[in-house]
Design a protein around this ligand. Structure first.
Ligand code: SF4
Length: 459
């Protein structure tokens, strides 16, 4: 289905709201979810045949990209890294004791920070620890991905990542324009990235994903167009194009960016509009929520055959796994529980040193949360929802259960974001760029009238 860029609607709705990589979102987490509760629930989860997924957070970076809003530590202090790795190993050990070895790790994701900050022996040792503690799915079906900062690797290291068992790569590109790169302190040439792509393809990597950002200092539609040309010529399988949010009060590094160099809101809209048109004209399919993929990519196929999922990494093709998070700030999801590790590296390390899991908050979700999470997932993955099918799958009468939400959809229908019928909800090409505003109708933690979030400005 196409996507239609309606500037008036985008300005009015603003695209603000949760990204719904989980529901409920992390804003609802509280400290009643303790390590004891986590252990009990994790052990209980072994009664199911749900496979496992691992997320490993490596917070270190060599230098600061000024736009960054991630949980990271910019350092070259090897002792600091060594201490973190030692604590991470202890956490791996504690977590692995909770899960049956018969449950395979079908998905693995290394995020950061910069996972490729770790050198070859460090990454190999980490993978050895994980393999010794859990049962890896070694088949081609596995989805083992790593975020790669192109400045930290060469073609040889890409081959090493393949040899370690990774079969997916995500490359942080952002923009190839030199002025933009200088203004955000992140220089990497197309030639370097092309060499990595060649090595990745030769090694056998499947879905290779690029991250781009629009709204960075000095970007113009003309300059970003050239970046898009370069990117399209490299044919990554997937693309994520994120909006830069300038929040210097919250992210200190952003104070290095001169606010006057940031494109005006109208230019940002033009950048987004142009990017969508250009990528779609070049044959990419808009998946939803800033994500694009080539027609033969698994994400597109999963969207067609009903196996697309939304999770903490964005979109995925794998069936729902229980997710174990390792490392500072990691968020896991086991059964009906979310659990988050401390976001402070110092606290994270202290808790582990005391012999405890570093979980500081989370949430036990109830049946209503699960139903709402399924509604949001269907809308974000498939742009449609059949009341009868959904009701049959979840044992509810949808029209009755969501009577008040269905009423609130009226305003979205009047704006042509959705078509509401007796049979269900269809998201229109206009509505596809405002998925989160549509999903928010089913979020019981957001009072739409009180916050009027659907009409707040973000761009
Ligand atoms: S964008 Fe990535 S590499 Fe740059 S500072 Fe943030 S986490 Fe580190």
């Amino acid at each position: 289905m196409q996507v239609f860029f309606d500037e008036d609607l985008i300005v009015r709705y603003g695209g603000r709201g949760p990204r719904y990589t989980s529901y409920p979102t992390a804003l609802q987490f509280n400290d009643e979810l303790t390590a004891d509760v986590y252990r009990a629930k994790a052990k209980e989860s072994n009664d199911s045949d749900v496979p496992l997924s691992l997320y490993v957070h490596i917070p270190f970076c060599h230098s600061l990209c000024y736009y960054c809003g991630c949980n990271k530590i910019v350092t070259r202090n090897e002792e600091r890294v060594a201490r973190y790795m030692e604590m991470l190993y202890r956490e791996i050990e504690m977590q692995s004791e909770l899960f049956d070895r018969k449950r395979k790790i079908e998905q693995l994701h290394f995020g950061g920070g910069t996972p490729t900050y770790l050198d070859k022996p460090q990454l190999a040792a980490l993978m050895d620890h994980l393999r010794a503690s859990f049962t890896f799915d070694e088949s081609d079906e596995r989805e083992f991905s790593i975020e790669v900062d192109p400045r930290t690797v060469d073609a040889e290291r890409i081959r090493e990542l393949w040899d370690l068992g990774f079969n997916r790569l995500s490359l942080g590109i952002q923009d190839f324009n030199e002025d933009v790169q200088k203004a955000v302190n992140r220089a990497q040439s197309p030639a370097e990235v092309r060499a990595l792509m060649d090595s990745a393809r030769e090694s056998g990597f499947g879905s290779i994903s690029f991250d781009l950002i629009y709204g960075l200092p000095h970007q113009t539609v003309e300059s970003f167009d050239k970046t898009l040309d370069t990117v399209i010529a490299m044919q990554p399988d997937r693309l994520a194009v994120y909006n830069y949010a300038h929040l210097p009060q919250r992210f200190k590094g952003q104070r290095m960016i001169n606010a006057e160099d940031i494109p005006a809101p109208e230019t940002k809209l033009d950048l987004l509009h142009h990017t969508i048109d250009k990528l779609c004209d070049a044959g990419f399919i808009y998946i939803g929520m800033d994500h694009f993929a080539l027609p033969e990519d698994e994400l597109v196929l999963a969207r067609k055959n009903g196996t697309l999922q939304r999770n903490f990494q964005g979109y995925s093709t794998h069936r729902q796994c229980d997710l174990i998070a390792l490392g500072v700030s990691g968020i896991g999801g086991i059964g009906n529980m979310f659990a988050q590790n401390s976001v402070s590296t110092i606290e994270y390390e202290e808790i582990i040193e005391s012999g405890e899991l570093p979980i500081v908050k989370g949430l036990l979700i109830d049946d209503d949360d699960l139903i709402r999470a399924a509604v949001i997932q269907d809308l974000m993955c498939y742009d449609s929802l059949s009341f009868d099918d959904f009701g049959a799958r979840h044992g509810i009468d949808f029209r009755e259960y969501f009577a008040s939400e269905i009423q609130k959809l009226d305003v979205l229908e009047k704006d042509d974001l959705i078509v509401l019928s007796d049979a269900g909800i269809e998201i229109t090409p206009r509505g596809r760029l405002l998925l989160r505003n549509i999903a928010m109708t089913f979020d019981r933690y957001i009072d739409l009238e009180e916050n009027d979030n659907r009409f707040s400005k973000a761009i």
